[in-house]
Design a protein around this ligand. Sequence first.
Ligand code: HEC
Length: 163
Amino acid sequence: MDDKSLIETAIRQAKKTINIGLMVMVFCLFWFVQNQFYPDLFQGNDNISQLDSLQNDFVEPPMFELDSASIENGIHIPTGLIVDDGVQDVMTTCGACHSLDLVTQNRATEEGWKEIIVWMQETQGLWDLGDREEIIITYLGKNYAPENTGRRKNLENVEWYNL
Ligand code: HEC
């Protein structure tokens, strides 16, 4: 090896070192910028966090409140239910899965309501109503009884004219 080739080798070495140094610096700069300004760039779990927020948005079934502001002429306006003993139980129990329109648009005797409840228990996943069942069936049989059951009801509170 002569002097010339020694110098050339030295220069080549120096260039290599500088190149590697530059690469390291560029990499550091890139890492810094990414970390500083786009911290989520390499986080692939965007979908999962979206899913999380979807799950947090899950809508609870409506919890109905019986406050006098929402009662008009004995009807609970938000649900359409007749206000009577047991209405709160009907509201929370029967409103858990479906609209209470299904209740207010049906008419049945107590036995009929019992059958509807048993049908829902056998086929629709309705749970055992426990102590509430009697209260609910009484309420339904009284307020959502079949109409036109034979003779009309006796008139009540009628003021008769004196002829
Ligand atoms: C576990 C959920 C659940 C609960 C709680 C529930 N139901 Fe239902 N109910 C259903 C389902 C499901 C249907 C069928 C809806 C349809 O056909 O679209 C239904 C249908 C009905 C119907 C219509 C039946 C028919 O002949 O079409 C009535 C009336 C009814 N429910 C009344 C009630 C009453 C009263 C209560 C409270 C004691 C109640 N439901 C509570 C799930 C439930």
